[in-house]
Ligand binder design. Structure first.
Ligand code: PMP
Length: 375
C-alpha cells in the first residue's frame, strides 16, 4: 500500500474528472465543426469553461484553455513587455520566459519567511513610475514548495494605480483556498488542471474582461483567436469536472489543514531539530516544507520512497537537477538547510492513515539523529 503525499507535483485524478473524460472521448466531432457532432463537442467545452470560470469567479468568455500552466505563463510573459517585475520564488515556467522574452527583469526580494513584501513591490514599482513603457508584475498566489501565500491583492492594487498590469500564477492556490479574480484585482491568472484533480496537460489563462494580448500560438483561430489548435476536448472536460468538484469540496480543506498540522507537530516531536520552512507566513492548508539540516533531501526522498511514501525534494519539475531549490535560495536559506528540505503535500485523497505512514517512516529515517546517516 503506497502513501501519496505529493499533491503539489500532481494530484490523483478525481472520479468526476475520469467520468467526464471517458464520456468526452466518445464525442466524435471537432468543436469547430458546424454539424451536430461538432456542436456536441463544443457543448462539452463550453460546460467545462463555465465550471472553470465559476471556480475563480469570472465570466466564461474570460477563460482560454491551454496545454497547461506552463503555456499560460509563457503566453503572458511573451507579450512584449519592456520590463517584468518578478521574484526568485516563482516557478521556472515564469522565470524562464521572463528571462528569455523580456529585455529587463527586475528582481523582487523574498523574505526568509517566503513572502514577497508589498513595500518591496511598491519600491520597485515607484522606480518605473512616469516612464512610458509596458510593465508587468508577475506574482504567484501560492508557492509550490512552501505553500506560502503572497499578498497579490495588495500588490495588484498598487500596480493598478501606476498602470502596471498584473499576472498571478494561481496553480497551487485554486481549489485549496478561495480564489476570486475580481477580488485579487489582477489582469491575468494561470491555472493547471492536474493540481486540482484534473488530468495533466491542460490548463487555462484567465484574462481581464476586454483585455487582449497577442496570441502565443497562431493557426486555426480557436479559442476566439486567442489560442489556436483543436481543443483537447477530453482533457478540458476533465478539467471542468475537477474544477466543479474542487469548488464543491473547498470546505474539505479544513480537514486537510488539520492533517497537515498534525504531521508538522508530530514530525517536530520526533526530530526536534527539523524546521518547517515558511511557518511564520500564511500558507496553503495542504503543504509543508520540512528541513533537516545535515540531511540530503534526495536521500530522504529515496528512503521515504522505499518505505512506501511519495514526497518530493522541491518542485517535481526541478528534481533530478543537481543543486538546491532556487525557491529556498531566493528566500535566503543557507545552502545546507535548503538542500535538506523535503516537500510533503496533501490533498483530496489524504487520510489519517497516510499521516500515520509518513510519521512512521519519518521516525525511522529522521528520529534519534538517524538522518546523520543519510547525509
Ligand atoms: N506554476 C506552478 C506554481 C506549478 O507548481 C506548476 C507545476 N509544477 C506550474 C506552474 C506548471 O504547470 P503545468 O504542469 O500545468 O505546466
Amino acid at each position: 500500500m503506497r502513501t501519496y503525499l505529493d499533491h503539489n507535483a500532481t494530484a490523483p485524478l478525481r472520479p468526476e474528472a475520469r467520468e467526464a473524460m471517458l464520456q468526452a472521448l466518445d464525442a466524435v466531432g471537432n468543436p469547430s465543426s458546424v454539424h451536430a457532432e461538432g456542436r456536441g463537442a463544443r457543448a462539452i467545452l463550453e460546460e467545462a469553461r463555465e465550471q472553470v470560470a465559476a471556480l475563480v469567479g469570472v465570466r466564461p468568455s474570460q477563460v482560454v484553455f491551454t496545454s497547461g500552466a506552463t503555456e499560460a505563463n509563457n503566453w503572458v510573459l511573451h507579450a512584449g513587455w519592456d520590463a517584468i517585475l518578478v521574484s526568485g520564488i516563482e516557478h521556472d515556467s515564469v522565470l524562464a520566459p521572463a528571462r528569455t522574452f523580456c529585455r529587463e527583469v527586475i528582481d523582487l526580494p523574498a523574505e526568509r519567511s517566503g513572502v514577497v513584501r508589498v513595500d518591496h513591490v511598491q519600491a520597485a514599482l515607484a522606480q518605473r513610475a512616469g516612464r512610458s513603457e509596458r510593465v508587468l508584475l508577475s506574482l504567484q498566489l501560492a508557492n509550490n514548495e512552501t505553500g506560502v501565500i503572497q499578498p497579490v491583492a495588495e500588490a495588484a492594487a498598487l500596480a493598478r494605480e501606476l498602470g502596471v498590469l498584473v499576472h498571478s500564477d494561481a496553480v497551487q492556490a485554486v481549489g485549496r483556498v478561495p480564489v476570486d479574480f475580481e477580488a485579487l484585482g489582477v489582469d491575468f491568472l494561470s491555472l493547471s488542471a492536474h493540481k486540482l484533480g484534473g488530468p495533466k496537460g491542460v490548463g487555462a489563462l484567465i484574462l481581464r474582461d476586454g483585455l487582449e494580448i497577442a496570441p502565443l500560438i497562431v493557426g486555426g483561430g480557436q479559442e476566439r483567436r486567442r489560442r489556436s489548435g483543436t481543443e483537447n476536448v477530453a482533457g478540458i472536460a476533465g478539467f471542468g469536472a475537477a474544477a466543479a468538484a474542487a469548488r464543491r469540496d473547498l470546505n474539505e480543506q479544513q480537514r486537510i489543514a488539520l492533517l497537515r498540522d498534525r504531521l508538522e507537530r508530530e514530525a517536530i516531536e520526533i526530530a526536534p531539530e527539523a524546521q518547517v520552512i515558511g511557518r511564520e507566513a500564511t500558507r496553503l492548508p495542504n503543504t509543508t516544507c520540512l528541513a533537516l539540516a545535515g540531511a540530503s533531501a534526495e536521500t530522504l526522498v529515496i528512503r521515504f520512497d522505499l518505505a512506501g511514501v511519495a514526497v518530493s525534494a522541491g518542485a517535481a519539475c526541478s528534481s533530478g537537477k543537481v543543486g538546491a531549490s532556487t525557491v529556498l535560495a531566493a528566500m535566503g536559506l543557507p545552502d545546507d538547510l535548503a538542500r535538506s528540505a523535503i516537500r510533503v503535500s496533501l490533498g483530496w485523497t489524504t487520510t489519517e492513515r497516510d499521516i500515520d505512514a509518513f510519521l512512521a517512516a519519518w521516525s525511522a529515517i529522521a528520529g534519534g539523529q538517524q538522518h546523520r546517516a543519510v547525509a
